[in-house]
Write a protein that binds this ligand. Structure first.
Ligand SMILES: CC(C)(COP(=O)(O)OP(=O)(O)OC[C@H]1O[C@@H](n2cnc3c(N)ncnc32)[C@H](O)[C@@H]1OP(=O)(O)O)[C@@H](O)C(=O)NCCC(=O)NCCS
Length: 236
């Protein structure tokens, strides 16, 4: 895709995502976020072809004019929308998928501890809200939302909502997960053993095999666990 074609997708994204955007002309001439993307797309084109000084100069000019600092080496997918713009910083090794939204004050930065790949990778359709900081070479899964003012320091799976400092997942696939019982946590390995035992019991019953005395139903396993717990208490 040429730079012009990419910018067309960015313009369309602004029109689609911002209810306040009334005309393409206005977006082109008044939106700092769109102007910053114009600067970035050309700077990245030069950077990719080895013209690093020209790229840095374009980038510095765009930063002066818009308050948005995007390193020309960063990789940004099509249909990007930057709302308001001011105060956004996107680091050198950051990668952003298609159809993402960033609001003012977002930092996609490093923690200062990593070398090489030190900035985040955002999947497609990710939204990073106003003032949020996503730090380190971590992954933000497709379709995830980062709440305003959050500081994200760990990987985020797809379709999650993350809020707070440090960021924690409060929703996954549209389901709230903050209500999870933090004391009686589920034991997935025990659950799987119980399920397998139940299947083994059913299979043996169908085949008329009664030789394996360890083949127990889920209820029988639960009874044995309860008995063992009682015995333990009596011994104490
Ligand atoms: C995170 C956000 C995108 C909402 O995502 P969502 O998936 O719809 O999540 P919900 O609104 O259902 O909120 C889930 C929980 O997180 C809490 N929450 C939401 N945003 C939060 C934030 N920024 N900080 C702390 N907690 C937040 C909610 O209160 C809710 O808590 P509860 O379950 O105890 O009631 C939204 O709240 C947000 O931060 N938007 C900011 C957009 C922006 O930057 N606008 C600037 C325009 S200029």
């Amino acid at each position: 895709m040429t730079v012009r074609e990419q910018l067309k997708t960015d313009l369309k994204a602004a029109m689609d995502k911002d209810p306040a955007a009334t005309s393409k002309w206005l977006v082109k001439h008044t939106y700092a976020g769109y102007k910053a993307l114009v600067g970035y797309r050309y700077a990245h084109w030069f950077f990719d072809r080895g013209h690093k000084t020209i790229a840095e100069l374009i980038s510095a000019r765009a930063k002066r004019r818009t308050g948005v600092e995007i390193h020309p080496a960063a990789k940004i997918g099509n249909a990007m929308f930057i709302d308001h713009g001011t105060g956004i910083v996107i680091g050198e090794t950051a990668e952003i998928g298609e159809n993402c939204v960033l609001y003012q004050g977002v930092t996609l930065g490093g923690t200062g501890k990593d070398t090489g790949k030190r900035h985040p990778t955002l999947g497609d359709n990710v939204m990073v809200s106003a003032g949020a900081k996503v730090l380190g070479p971590l992954n933000i899964g497709t379709g995830s939302k980062i709440g305003a003012g959050s500081v994200v320091l760990k990987n985020v799976p797809p379709y999650c909502t993350v809020v707070g400092v440090p960021g924690r997942i409060v929703k996954q696939d549209g389901q709230r997960i903050s209500d999870m019982d933090q004391i009686l946590l589920p034991d997935p390995i025990m659950e799987e053993f119980k399920r397998l035992n139940g299947r083994l019991y059913e299979l043996e019953k169908k085949l008329g095999i009664h030789t394996c005395r360890y083949s127990l139903t889920v209820d029988e396993v639960n009874e044995l666990v309860e008995e063992a717990e009682k015995d333990e208490k009596i011994e104490k």
